[in-house]
Design a protein around this ligand. Structure first.
Ligand SMILES: [Zn+2]
Length: 391
């Protein structure tokens, strides 16, 4: 028989279900309790009405939120790029070519080294409240290296993304058409069984709109669903292509025309904003306020990778989004939980309500607002994943 646990005396519970709480998007419940049965939420409501359970945990007047859903990361890699970061912070511009450094290190690593590195970053993210993460290939760029990255990732998450089209492989730099043929042919055959998603870095210096369309369309034909790196470093066709292909998410969205914003507002594609990248490259912030005011669904994610955003901290991204991108604390917390779930087309995570997966974060604070109000402070006091307390 599965045991049940009630967590009581939660000062402020973010459910992300307006019908359970105060009718705001966060569905806030004051003086709340949550009941876990097995790996699922069985009940949420006011503490005084909580049903009897086998076990009891006292939240002692702290706040609870859903586990963070980090819907964009690149965690199968080896090496680091400390020197590149140091040089950039000393005045040199970022270019997509820096990825080649990580490609060389990743190809040279053993499976065990790649998996140990992944595991270490996942533990780091979990301590900061991340209970679901998506991760990508993209540092192998050969048939064998991309497929092994996905096999390793799939041992740790169901949200695995084939990103053979990160940059053109160095050995085919003079023949991008041949690389696109590989990505949509033999490499896709080897990678499709291990992935749920297909992604493209649609950017000057990486893949143009026609190449991105060919790659995502080929992936769709093999049962992979598209997501895309779009409009990060410059204006371009990526965002509108994402909406046209019903991609789950267009990621970065830093340089947007009014037509791009209108396209996002008219479709199901989520705009995933990745402020760690702008922070780490001293680039222009994405304008979250503009997207939210247009009615676009916004997710916040880390983009954790060794080149352009080496942070696994969703709370850090929340603080940046509130300080520099025009989001309210409520909006930023929603985007990092329910927004991430929407970007992965999931309804079982990113909320705290009956039937949802029991992924919970207890904050060492009386309110979720502290995530932005107290930047850089480790506020995660407890993490449950699938009903099991991990932190
Ligand atoms: Zn990325």
């Amino acid at each position: 028989m599965t045991s049940s646990t009630v967590i009581t005396n939660i000062a402020a519970l973010v459910t992300n279900d307006p019908s359970l709480g105060d009718n705001s998007p966060l569905g806030l419940v004051r003086d709340a309790a949550v009941v876990i049965e097995g790996d699922r939420i069985a009940w949420t409501g006011e503490s005084s009405k909580a049903p009897a359970t086998d076990n009891r945990v006292d939240a002692a007047g702290r706040a609870m939120i859903p586990g963070f859903v980090d819907s964009h990361s690149h965690l199968v890699f080896a090496g680091d790029r400390t020197e590149e970061f140091n040089a950039r912070m000393s005045g040199r511009a970022y270019s997509a070519g820096g990825i080649r450094t990580t490609v060389a290190a990743t190809r040279a690593a053993t499976d065990a080294e790649l998996e140990a590195n992944l595991t270490r970053h996942l533990a780091e993210a979990l301590r900061q409240g991340t209970t679901t993460f998506e991760t990508k290939s993209g540092y192998g760029l050969t048939v064998e290296d991309e497929a092994r990255a996905l096999r390793i990732a799939a041992r740790h998450t169901e949200e695995v993304t084939y990103l053979g089209a990160h940059i053109v492989a160095p050995e085919l730099a003079d023949d991008p058409a041949a690389y696109v043929a590989l990505v949509t042919g033999e490499m896709l055959d080897a990678c499709a069984p291990h992935a749920r998603w297909i992604d493209v870095f649609c950017e000057k210096g990486a893949f143009d709109g026609d190449q991105a369309r060919a790659i995502l369309t080929a992936g769709k034909a093999r049962g992979l669903h598209p997501r895309i790196h779009a409009n990060q470093l410059s204006y371009g066709p990526g965002v509108q292509l994402a909406v046209e292909l019903d991609a789950a998410s267009a990621d970065h969205c830093t340089h947007l025309t009014d037509a791009d914003v209108d396209a996002l507002a008219s479709g199901r594609t989520v705009a995933t904003l990745l402020p760690g990248a702008e922070f780490s490259t001293r680039a222009q912030w994405p304008d979250a306020r503009r997207l939210l005011d247009a009615g676009v669904t916004v997710a916040l994610s880390t983009d954790c990778n060794p080149g352009s955003s080496y942070t696994s901290s969703v709370p850090f991204c929340i603080a940046l989004a509130v300080r520099d991108m025009g989001m309210t604390p409520d909006e930023a917390v929603w985007s990092a939980t329910a927004g991430g779930a929407a970007a992965l087309r999931r309804t079982d995570i990113g909320r705290i309500g009956p039937g949802a997966r029991a992924d919970l974060v207890l904050l060492d604070a009386p309110s979720h607002v502290h995530l932005a109000y107290r930047p850089g402070v480790p506020l995660v006091a407890g993490v449950w994943r699938r009903g099991v307390r991990e932190v």
